[in-house]
Design a protein around this ligand. Structure first.
Ligand code: SF4
Length: 232
């Protein structure tokens, strides 16, 4: 049997841990595990969108996103370096203190980072893990629910569409529905399909979505009910 040795390298900000695994022939594996993450905000609230709408959930919004949606309502999340780095332990402790049984990791684009350590630790503490992602980055982490909300500005990866439990398509213009259908052919047959009006254009686009869903019953409407309730 080959002798296995491990070595660790921590980057200069302490944000990444790179694990090298050696055997007799040299380096065989290199894995980057994010041990600190830029946290823009975190709060216990009600999930306002999609399949889990109405459920209590702790939200952790990670900073950093290069997708560049013109109508993005969290543009202050885009620059990761504006947000403090938290250890996985610090994040999990906040979730535990709230008593929440479910944690939604959102952004920004949360899958910019390897989320294996964070999601594993949440699971070890009995907390369900949900992610809200554009699908533009490779999947990492242990997830109980994957919601992909694809954006035209940076296309979703097939691996994310194939794996998602929920496809949530934000509809700003009626042409976006056609693109939603193009993504829908790549998801599993059990995946929940939602059309969600873009908030700033909701009055104009919602009647179009209502008519579409009446004719295409595999889709459901997702409204951002947290905005109606005026909660985060
Ligand atoms: Fe904003 Fe999300 Fe688009 Fe990033 S993916 S620009 S956070 S709406």
């Amino acid at each position: 049997m080959n002798k296995i040795q491990t070595a660790f390298f921590v980057d200069i900000r302490g944000a990444f841990l790179i694990l090298f695994v050696f055997n007799l022939h040299g380096v065989t594996t290199e894995t980057t595990i994010t041990v600190k993450l830029p946290v823009m905000e975190h709060f216990y609230t009600i999930q306002g969108e999609g399949f889990y709408q109405g459920k209590a959930a702790y939200f952790v919004r990670l900073g950093g996103c290069d997708v560049g949606c013109t109508w993005c309502d969290v543009k202050e999340s885009w620059l990761a370096e504006k947000h403090p780095l938290w250890t996985v332990g610090e994040i999990v402790e906040e979730v535990k203190k709230s008593g929440a049984k479910l944690c939604v990791i959102t952004g920004g684009e949360p899958l910019t980072y390897n989320l294996t350590a964070l999601t594993h630790s949440l699971h070890q503490n009995g907390i369900k893990t949900h992610v809200e992602t554009s699908g533009a980055y490779p999947l990492s982490g242990e997830w109980d629910w994957i919601c992909v909300s694809p954006k035209r500005f940076k296309l979703p990866l097939d691996e994310c569409l194939n794996a998602c439990n929920e496809l949530k398509s934000v509809i700003f213009h009626r042409n976006d529905i056609r693109w939603a259908e193009e993504n829908a052919v790549k998801v599993s047959k059990d995946c929940k399909l939602f059309l969600q009006p873009e908030w700033s254009n909701e009055k104009e686009i919602l009647p179009v979505i209502v008519e579409y869903v009446k004719e295409h019953q595999q889709w459901e409407i997702s409204l951002q009910i947290h905005k109606y309730m005026d909660i985060p």
